[in-house]
Design a protein around this ligand. Structure first.
Ligand code: ADP
Length: 413
């Protein structure tokens, strides 16, 4: 049949670029086109009547028989070598990758298989090159990633070092800033002190001067009473000046952090008696101090000097801001934790609008400006009490009076 239709086959198959190989059931090659001959390196017609195995590399021969028989059983068109790489063998013994489609057909009762073969060397080569390029690329990427992560690690270390250095710098800066702030505050304090000295010290000093001048004039023995009066005036004014100086020293100590509290156990009655004794000298005409006399059982483990300073400040204020003939009351109570001391007066009181500022340094209420004072005392007391675990509060109504309440732990914390 091939002889009869030779012309038609030639026209059809020479036109296609794929290699066409037809074999019979015994695997004899009965037809090839030029493409197949060129592909496998044979001259025209040299493949005819050869067995198919000459086109298959030797190392695939063993498996090929089984594949061929299997195909012959089912005989349906399909691509060859599913899932496997296929190779063809050239005449010179070299092999090359192929793709093949198998098409069985029958003619005159005989079975044939037509294989369409494509040489995929170029494609395979390109695939291999692409794969190689890909591998190289992956290698480069992983190399770069490694380098990058090393750089990042180094950067992290540098960052941590920078952070630490920055922290140190900020700390140092803060220290300097704080020192500067303290310095400025101390300078302000000194300036304030100078201006206060020039104001506050003038009147008592000239009072002292007048009294000493007058003292020298009362020479007669019967003028002792007058001399005593002037001596009392001088004593009071010296006390007053002394208190201002003490207040300033306290602020400076509190500001510079140089306060060393001296804690001891003492009877509160002792402190109260001393405060009342000194305050008696400041009393205005008809003023009285009422204080509990049966408090011998009350003891404190605190800084005695600070409690005395605070109490005398509050009692002196109560006297200073109360009219003649009024009474200043000291009320004391103690429970198992705290001791509370109230100083009650019926004086000028503190205007409501000024109450929020009363513990601010140098602040003086509007209605107190005609009375001598510095606005320091309450501020110092508050700081001391906070340092000693206590607190200070007050209630006040203008023109009615004020009550200052201090609460301190029986034993300093
Ligand atoms: P100073 O009495 O020297 O002005 P303080 O710090 O002791 O300073 O008191 C601050 C301000 O609080 C006073 O100027 C005054 O306005 C007000 N103040 C304090 N105690 C009393 C009081 N018992 N009655 C009325 N006002 C008071």
């Amino acid at each position: 049949m091939f002889k009869i239709d030779q012309e038609i086959f030639n026209v059809l198959f020479e036109a296609v670029s794929e290699g066409v190989i037809v074999v019979d059931e015994q695997q004899n090659i009965v037809f090839t086109n030029s493409s197949a001959e060129v592909m496998f390196g044979y001259q025209k017609g040299k493949l005819l009547n050869q067995t198919l195995s000459i086109l298959i590399p030797k190392n695939y021969h063993a498996g090929h028989g089984a594949h061929f028989n299997g195909f012959m059983k089912h005989k349906e068109s399909r691509p060859m070598g599913r899932g496997r790489d296929l190779y063809g063998a050239r005449k010179d013994g070299s092999s090359f990758p192929v793709e093949a489609g198998l098409n069985p057909f029958e003619m005159d009762g005989e079975g044939y298989i037509m294989a369409l073969v494509i040489d995929i060397s170029v494609r395979k080569q390109q695939e291999m090159e692409i794969q190689q390029l890909n591998e190289e690329l992956e290698e480069k990427v992983s190399q770069r990633t490694k380098e990058l992560s090393t750089t990042i690690d180094k950067l992290k270390v540098v960052n941590i070092e920078l952070d630490a250095e920055n922290k140190k710098r900020i700390e140092a800066e803060n220290k300097i800033k704080n020192a500067l702030k303290k310095e400025i505050e101390l300078n302000e304090l000194k300036t304030k002190f100078l201006s206060l000295v020039s104001h506050e010290f003038k009147t008592p000093l000239s009072g002292i001067l007048t009294s000493t001048m007058l003292l020298s004039k009362y020479k007669l023995e019967e003028q002792q009473e007058k001399r005593d009066k002037h001596i009392e005036t001088i004593t009071n004014k010296v006390h007053y000046l002394n208190n201002i100086l003490n207040d300033f020293l306290s602020i400076e100590k509190l500001e510079t952090g140089n306060v060393n509290y001296k804690v001891s156990t003492f009877k509160l009655s002792k402190v109260v008696n001393e405060v009342v004794y000194s305050a008696n000298m400041l009393l205005k005409l008809g003023q009285k101090i009422s204080y509990p006399e049966n408090i011998d059982h009350i003891s404190l483990t605190q800084d005695e000097k600070i409690i005395e300073l605070a109490l005398s400040n509050l009692v002196n204020n109560a006297i200073k801001y109360s009219p003649e003939n009024s009474t200043v009351k000291i009320i004391i109570s103690q429970d198992n934790k705290n001791t509370s001391i109230q100083i009650v007066d019926n004086g000028i009181g503190i205007p409501e609008k000024d109450q929020k500022n009363i513990f601010n340094r140098y602040f003086r209420a509007e209605n107190a400006l005609l009375t001598q004072g510095t606005g320091i005392g309450l501020n110092i007391i508050k700081t001391h009490f906070e340092n000693l675990g206590g607190c200070i509060n007050f209630k006040s109504e203008e023109n009615k009076g004020s009550t200052f309440i201090i609460t301190i732990p029986n034993i300093v914390k």
